[in-house]
Design a protein around this ligand. Structure first.
Ligand SMILES: Nc1ncnc2c1ncn2[C@@H]1O[C@H](COP(=O)(O)OP(=O)(O)OP(=O)(O)O)[C@@H](O)[C@H]1O
Ligand SMILES: [Mg+2]
Length: 521
């Protein structure tokens, strides 16, 4: 063989290798762009190198982001079995750690000849050469090491090292992308869990105020019913806390980590209500440009809260009955029957029994809904809850306004004399108005009376007895004490003076200097 022949033979071998490498590189890039599940894609890459890229017994190890240890991530394995236990390298340990330390490729002609080789993995052929390259992300510190074994040493080793470097660069990009996604996912999951905890705390029983016996009864019922999947019908006047209770049931049930979806049935005309609840197929009606999931589907596995259920038409009642009976429905314009697992909570302030009697509400639907009725008492029926509620709501408003707020007992006693047709919501609105009008943040009866409450105020016999305070209470300041005495004396000054052991002149003087306005309650 002459020189030219020998050169030719070398060229042919090189070109054949480069062709195989190019083809492999193309396939490797495909595998890496397919998925961000690193361990699985890396195993596929090692198999490609072995089968087509003329690099055998590959291994990828990456630095673990949390422990900073170099861990074996994928090893070429003919039987598609990854090592059960992950191997970690100590700093400076073996060839792999040296590559990481120097951040440079390392080539060994015959593995058996290198004393630094530890052979811990047991996958290498010690008769073959060894190539190891660092895996880098954007020229930074290496994040891992990629090693493989070419079938023979000699002149092609240099080319094969360059090729392994190229593959390692592609792997570096994938590692970077996958870590970004993993970190983002982790951050989102943390955020989600935090929000879930906050929502759960917000809708916990602690935030539903009421020590009256009627409210205690409600709590007992709700605690019991939350455990089961039973349909709940919450009844009660406007503003009594029906939505609050619906939330509490969901967030204290086994479905708490699934969705809570609500829909106000009174807010939509019937045709929209249907597509909102059951969803629609693309082209089901003008404007249905895409397919859309309805609230029932969105709530699958969780809870659906249908507010103002008493407002739905009789045609719609029939459709709802079917879902409740069979758990089945079709999207508007759809033929496929869908099945969902949804816990239903409904609420109404209507007298459903009377509606059934009149024929305006289907009796069968009424029975389906009324499995577990919870009646929210009006605020008028639980006046004794007003002090706690007021303090709780003032704290809530204070947080919202970002400033300290305080409510005086005289203000609370005034609140207890009102009828509250709008229930807790009206109380909350009244206190919010009072807080806005009160610059110092100390809400007393004058501020409350300025909210316009006084005009609606009607005498309330039961309350008078309940709202009496001890005049010896050391916490009462002078003004509060005089007001309390006047209230107890029915605003007869002479009587109030006697209660405070003052003369009528003295009390008149105090009323004037303390600027106490006489309210006609
Ligand atoms: N027991 C309670 N403790 C604390 N806050 C309450 C209580 N009951 C009601 N609230 C508050 O009062 C407001 C009205 O409550 P909610 O919206 O639950 O009433 P509702 O019965 O659904 O009223 P509507 O029938 O008008 O829809 C809300 O801000 C709620 O947080
Ligand atoms: Mg409501």
């Amino acid at each position: 063989m002459n020189n030219a022949d020998a050169l030719n033979k070398k060229d042919v071998a090189l070109w054949s290798l480069i062709r195989a490498e190019l083809e492999t590189l193309y396939l490797v890039s495909q595998v890496l762009s397919k998925s961000i599940e690193l361990e699985q894609t890396l195993a596929e890459v090692l198999k490609l190198l072995h089968d087509q890229g003329r690099l055998f017994n590959g291994m990828v190890s990456l630095i673990d982001e949390d422990s900073k240890d170099l861990m074996v991530c994928a090893v070429y394995d003919n039987n598609d079995e990854l090592p059960v236990e992950k191997i970690r390298y100590q700093p400076g340990e073996g060839l792999v750690a040296i590559i990481l330390q120097n951040s440079e490729p390392l080539v060994v002609e015959r593995l058996a000849d290198d004393p630094r080789f530890l052979g811990r993995l047991g996958v290498y052929d010690t008769e073959l050469p060894f190539i190891g390259v660092p895996i880098k992300i954007n020229e930074n510190e290496p994040v891992g090491v990629f090693v493989a074994q070419p079938p023979s040493g000699g002149e092609l080793l240099e080319e094969q090292t360059r090729f392994l470097e190229m593959v390692a660069n592609l792997v570096g990009q994938s590692v970077s992308l996958s870590r970004m996604v993993v970190n983002e996912r982790r951050a989102l999951e943390d955020e989600r869990d935090k929000l879930r905890r906050e929502v759960k705390a917000e809708y916990g029983f602690d935030n539903i105020i009421g020590h009256s016996s009627v409210m205690r009864h409600v709590f007992d019922q709700v605690r019991q019913v939350a455990k089961w999947n039973t349909t709940v019908l919450i009844r009660g006047e406007s503003g009594t806390g029906k939505e609050l209770i619906a939330n509490a049931i969901h967030y204290n049930s086994t479905r708490a980590s699934d969705t809570f979806i609500k829909l106000n049935c009174a807010a939509l005309p019937e045709n929209l209500l249907e597509s909102e609840l059951f969803g629609h197929e693309k082209g089901a009606f003008t404007g249905a440009v895409t397919q859309r999931k309805g609230r029932f589907e969105q709530a699958d596995g969780g809870t659906l809260f249908l507010d103002e259920i008493g407002e739905i038409s009789s045609a719609f009642q029939a459709k709802l009955l079917r879902v409740l009976q069979e758990g089945e429905f079709e999207r508007v314009g759809g033929l496929k029957t869908l099945k969902v697992d949804v816990r239903l909570i409904a609420a109404t302030n209507r007298d459903l029994e009377a509606e059934v009697e009149k024929g305006d509400f289907r009796q069968d639907l009424y029975y389906r809904l009324n499995v577990m009725p919870v009646n929210m008492p009006s605020l008028k029926k639980r006046v004794e809850d007003i002090p706690d509620l007021s303090h709780f709501l003032i704290e809530k408003i204070s947080r919202k306004q970002g400033r300290p707020l305080m409510i005086m007992d005289s203000a609370i006693r005034l609140l207890m004399r009102y009828d509250w047709p709008g229930n807790v919501r009206e109380l909350e609105n009244c206190l919010e108005r009072a807080a806005i009008m009160c610059e110092q943040g100390q809400i007393d009866r004058d501020v409350i009376s300025l909210t316009g409450l006084q005009e609606n105020t009607a005498p309330h016999e039961i309350v008078r007895a309940q709202s009496s305070v001890s005049l010896d209470n050391p916490d009462l300041d002078e003004r509060e004490r005089v007001i309390a005495a006047l209230e107890q004396a029915g605003w007869v000054q002479a009587k109030a003076a006697r209660l405070l052991s003052l003369t009528p002149r003295q009390i008149a003087y105090r009323i004037q200097t303390l600027n106490i306005k006489v309210l006609q309650i």
